[in-house]
Design a protein around this ligand. Structure first.
Ligand SMILES: [Fe+2]
Length: 358
């Protein structure tokens, strides 16, 4: 029988740039002329936000945020090494990278082999050099699992789950940073270049109605007013069901399978009601409390509209993980919820016991 480990972590792109640039998304938001001035005034901000921003635009707080995230990533990597997986399956969003106007699949199994990936593409476009001091065009090899991905897609289809599959990245497309940064951050010391495990990605259309409309998420309020929304993404409940189906697809194998959700939780730049200034921490706290309690009823009762209103689009990756953990009855053995106002998104890290057998 297969053995499983569950992990949840962040793919926060700004962790890959220097401390003095880590609050760049907030700086970009503060330059939006569509946001009333009174909301941009730090005097009106919550205490945490003022403390993090301080007098240095968040640079000192960034060092603390990086330290915290690195400690949690180290915990996840240690669990992964102890488990020694045959394959690391990652649920991650495609943020207007590989999938654009040509096609946006709700779920897509990436059946890629060895793939050269530049993990700095996202931040290169924003003019922020990487914190490792490496060339902007540095690449690492992402070890795909092409036969495993084919088998998984087949199993899911046989189980009545109509996933898409892809054998080749779009020629001009970026490799999804949700997947690339999983390798980059789980091997932070080596900037992802010595990650030894095979990665089997499943992309999730987390951005849904904003997938094309906001081209990866960042938008000015003037553009939002008359934006043409795309069809919605898969519902949280459907993502939960996919997780269960993926767990079942592996259960009869003799593989050691790590199942990983890759994303932060609420994102400031998607949280329209708070003027894109900070994440929706109360909404995240509700789901985190339920997560820790194993209260999956609360998770599956969550609607897509609630997720979008809270800027939690990317949490659909976590709904997939939750569904798998529910299916396998794996207990949560460790988690950490990292709250921030200035660094765009709250981050969650989680480990589900790898010693339990299906
Ligand atoms: Fe993302």
């Amino acid at each position: 029988m297969a053995e499983f480990l569950g992990l949840g972590l962040t793919h926060y792109p700004l962790l890959s740039v220097a401390d003095d640039r880590m609050a760049d998304l907030l700086r970009w938001t503060l330059a939006d002329p569509g946001i009333p001035d009174q909301h941009k005034d730090p005097a009106a901000w919550p205490e945490l936000m003022r403390r993090e921003w301080a007098a240095d635009g968040g640079t000192a707080a960034a060092a603390g945020h990086r330290k915290h995230l690195r400690e949690d990533l180290t915990a996840c990597r240690a669990a992964l090494d102890e488990f020694s997986p045959d394959v690391v399956l990652v649920w991650g969003d495609d943020q207007y990278e590989n999938f654009r106007e040509e096609v946006v699949p709700p779920f897509c199994v990436l059946a890629y082999g060895e793939t050269e990936v530049c993990p700095f593409e996202v931040m290169n476009e924003r003019g922020a050099p990487n914190v490792w001091g490496l060339p902007d065009d540095m690449t690492f090899t992402l070890h795909g699992d092409e036969p495993g991905a084919r088998r998984l897609a087949n199993e899911l289809l046989e189980d009545g789950f109509d996933v898409a599959y892809s054998y080749q990245k779009r020629e001009a497309g970026h490799f999804p940073h949700a997947i690339a940064n999983t390798q980059l951050f789980l091997d932070y010391d080596n900037a992802g270049r010595e990650f030894p495990y095979k990665i089997l990605p499943i992309t999730v259309n987390c951005y849904g109605q904003h997938a094309i409309a906001r081209r990866g998420g960042l938008a000015r309020f003037a553009d939002i007013e008359d934006e043409r929304l795309d069809p919605i993404g898969p519902s949280p409940r459907r993502c939960f069901q996919l997780g269960g189906a993926v767990a079942r697809a592996f259960a009869g194998t003799d593989l050691r399978v790590a199942l990983v959700a890759s994303s932060s939780w609420s994102h400031a730049f998607l949280n329209d009601k708070d003027w894109h200034l900070r994440p929706d921490t109360p909404a995240d706290q509700v789901l985190y409390d339920a997560f820790v309690a194993g209260d999956w009823d609360t998770w599956t009762a969550t609607t897509g509209k609630q997720v979008v209103d809270a800027g939690q689009h990317e949490m659909l990756n976590w709904f997939c993980l939750a569904g798998a953990m529910h299916e396998l009855n794996l207990p949560l053995t460790w988690s950490d919820f990292v709250v921030t106002d200035v660094f765009n998104s709250n981050k969650c890290f989680a480990i589900f016991d790898g010693k339990a057998t299906s």
